[in-house]
Design a protein around this ligand. Structure first.
Ligand code: NAD
Ligand code: GLY
Length: 323
């Protein structure tokens, strides 16, 4: 068994995990530097080298102890080491607990694009300990809440209402509230992925807000916004686009914005980019086909759909008008 983690997480959680595993014969650890820039080919090679040097065969299990970076990288290593070994996700960020660790998307980045090398490869198990959220920087925690709101907005109206009613408990990291919301997000994601693992149809709904968010992240070279922060802004833009198309009301857009704000997620754009810059980047989205940008839009707060042809003038209105 090889535990892959990073320099931030190892001092906090590696020792307790090793104690739990002490009855096993062969448990090795690999501690990587922290950061998205290490979700790359060099780290993948380092994992493979470690496994080979320690004579691990295909019957071994990799454990990903960390956030989405460690989870995506370790999952991808498991998918290709000797054509596939088991792996277990132990996510330690809220984003990884509600999204990245579930559903089997694994990947590393290439210099020419994020998540460009990867595989759909399911973990054997996802083990979540919400106590790890106590050491997570507050900004990371709040950013993860954007993905939580996403599930309510695209799939589950009752969950959306529950989030509206419990914002204070969530901000206070009330244990019962956190357990409820993490379980709910995992259940929704698992249900969707069971039906469409390879994103041919409904899995794409999980990308609500992400078409805009990926453009925002790329415009700012992944430096200015955490992923969830960009997703929150992207969800507001997608909701506004839905309202311009008469799918939802502008009051619904405001309701979404209010929930995100109450959860302390910043919604202001902190950089400038033109409509053309958005469109160029959005055209590269993996969901697109036949040259048109596919948008995930809301039909109500709790229901989403994909739309393949959106009038340019409405898109322009949303991007130029976003405040
Ligand atoms: P991350 O993995 O970079 O973790 C954020 C920061 O928090 C890091 O510095 C990390 O070392 C630190 N950290 C993690 N857990 C901690 C803890 N408990 N206490 C203290 N510090 C802790 O960020 P993330 O938001 O978890 O993941 C982002 C990555 O996930 C991106 O690479 C993204 O592409 C990927 N992702 C994947 C999927 C998927 O479906 N596979 C979905 C969403 C995002
Ligand atoms: N994070 C979106 C997905 O897993 O499909």
């Amino acid at each position: 068994m090889l535990i892959v983690t990073n320099e931030h997480i190892a001092p906090l959680y590696l020792e307790p995990l090793l104690q739990h595993l002490e009855s096993l014969d062969k448990v090795e650890t690999l501690i990587l530097p922290a950061g998205e820039q290490y979700k790359n080919l060099a780290s993948l090679e380092l994992i493979a080298t470690t496994l080979l040097k320690k004579n691990f065969g295909r019957d071994t299990t990799l454990i990903a102890l960390g956030g989405g970076v460690i989870g995506d990288l370790t999952g991808f290593a498991a998918s290709c080491y000797q054509r596939g070994t088991d792996f277990i996700q132990m996510p330690t960020t809220l984003l990884a607990q509600v999204d990245a660790s579930v559903g089997g998307k694994t990947a590393i980045n290439h210099n020419l694009g994020k998540n460009m090398l990867g595989a759909f490869y399911q973990p054997r198990a996802v083990l979540i300990d919400i106590a790890t959220l106590n050491t997570l920087p507050e900004r990371e925690f709040v950013s993860g809440l954007a993905e939580v709101v996403k599930y309510g907005a695209i799939w589950d109206q009752q969950f959306f209402h529950w989030l509206e009613a419990h914002t204070q408990r969530i901000i206070d990291k009330d244990k019962e509230a956190l357990c409820y919301l993490i379980k709910k997000c995992c259940e929704i994601k698992a249900y969707i992925v069971e039906q469409d693992e390879r994103e041919h149809h409904i899995r794409a709904l999980l990308n609500f807000g992400h078409t805009f968010a990926h453009a925002i992240e790329a415009q700012t070279h992944y430096q200015q916004y955490l992923h969830g922060e960009a997703v929150a802004i992207g969800m507001c833009m997608a909701a506004q686009l839905s309202a311009h198309l008469d799918l939802i009301s502008f009051a619904d857009v405001e309701r979404l914005r209010t929930l995100l704000k109450k959860l302390q997620i910043p919604l202001n754009l902190r950089h400038e980019a033109s409509y053309d810059e958005y469109v160029t980047l959005m055209q590269r989205d993996k969901k697109n086909s036949q040259g048109s940008i596919h948008f995930v839009l809301l039909e109500s707060l709790g229901k989403a759909k994909i739309m393949k042809h959106v009038p340019n003038n409405l898109l322009q209105q949303v991007i130029k008008g976003y405040t």
